[in-house]
Design a protein around this ligand. Structure first.
Ligand code: PRP
Length: 181
């Protein structure tokens, strides 16, 4: 699997530092509150798990399955909810946990939905921010690291459902996805 990676963009050590730093900021910003962390499956899983360990608050941890890439390398723009929340978010402070914000199609859709459902506040924490990919004017509240325009995989991010279990974020060799074109 590692041989398909052209370059490591965010190492395991950097990810651990990011989780510590963001966890401390979130702990401070949400003092005396009990936010709901909402992870957007499937990409959020490693980051949600590692980040939550550094948040020293009572939190709920909930998940939604949302997809817009449908296996390819470009967002379809069509955001599908495959599994909705099991719980009400009315009058709650919601912190959406993402692995990456790229076009922002996903996050804008879900943020608007949560506002419509009556959340008290909706903020976004993302490990990776790729502003060069934006189709919406959107700035996440908490960003781990800003990355350039490249197709990245690992630490939750997939290409055709594989590479999610890489412990780092890397740039996929173009010949890997060209082979499938
Ligand atoms: C990825 C990622 C984000 C979204 C970001 O999810 O996890 O949710 O794309 O892209 P955007 O800003 O262009 O909307 P994907 O739809 O691939 O589903 P997955 O998490 O199951 O891989």
């Amino acid at each position: 699997m590692h041989k398909d990676i052209a370059e490591i963009l965010v190492s395991e050590e950097q990810i651990e530092d990011i989780c510590q730093t963001l966890g401390a900021r979130i702990t401070k910003d949400y003092q005396n509150r009990r936010p709901i962390l909402v992870g957007l499956l499937k990409g959020c899983v490693p980051f949600m798990s590692d980040l939550a360990k550094h948040i020293d608050l009572y939190v709920d941890m909930e998940y939604m399955a949302v997809s817009s890439y449908h296996g390819g390398i470009a967002s379809s723009g069509d955001v599908k909810i495959k599994k909705d929340l099991d719980t009400s978010i009315q009058n709650r402070d919601v912190l959406i946990v993402e692995d990456i914000v790229d076009t922002a199609n996903t996050i804008v859709t879900i943020k608007n939905l949560f506002a419509h459902r009556g959340a008290s506040s909706v903020k976004i924490v993302t490990l990776l921010d790729k502003p060069a990919g934006r189709l919406h004017d959107f700035v996440p509240d908490y960003v781990g690291i800003t990355i350039p325009k490249a197709f990245v995989v690992g630490y939750g991010l997939d290409y055709d459902e594989i590479y999610r279990n890489l412990p780092y974020v890397g740039i996929l060799k173009p010949e890997v996805y060209r082979r499938d074109e």
